[in-house]
Design a protein around this ligand. Structure first.
Ligand code: FES
Length: 116
């Protein structure tokens, strides 16, 4: 499946998160953590919490609205059984980040992070 250019790696420094609008108007957030780059849906599937403002810690993302905690690598919710956050495949080429935004939901497969 095809990847689309998202941004230069310098656009998301280590420890930062940045929100992007994909060509189909879908909103995603890219997190650059010590474990690599991750991309998720921008809104929490519980009640629409703003995940750009979420707390990233040890490979997880915590929504600050009600505390649902997601594993960044595959979107599995760690404290709400059976719930998932949409995550996207990423790849790095020549200092640029690409996203597979038109692909099936990666959260069903459990892929790992992309390291820069
Ligand atoms: S909106 Fe995210 S936990 Fe409720």
């Amino acid at each position: 499946m095809a990847y689309s250019f998202l941004c230069d790696l310098t656009a998301v420094p280590l420890g930062a998160a940045r929100q992007f609008t994909l060509p189909d108007k879908e909103e995603v957030v890219v997190f650059h953590t010590s474990r690599g780059y991750f991309a998720t849906a921008a809104w929490c599937p519980h009640a629409g919490g703003i995940l750009l403002e979420g707390q990233v810690k040890k490979g997880t993302l915590k929504c600050l609205w009600h505390g649902w905690k997601y594993r960044l690598s595959d979107g599995v919710c760690l404290n709400q059984k059976g719930k998932r956050l949409r995550v996207y495949d990423l790849k790095i080429e020549d200092g640029r980040l690409f996203i597979q935004w038109d692909s099936p939901d990666r959260s069903a497969r459990g892929d790992a992070a992309v390291n820069g």
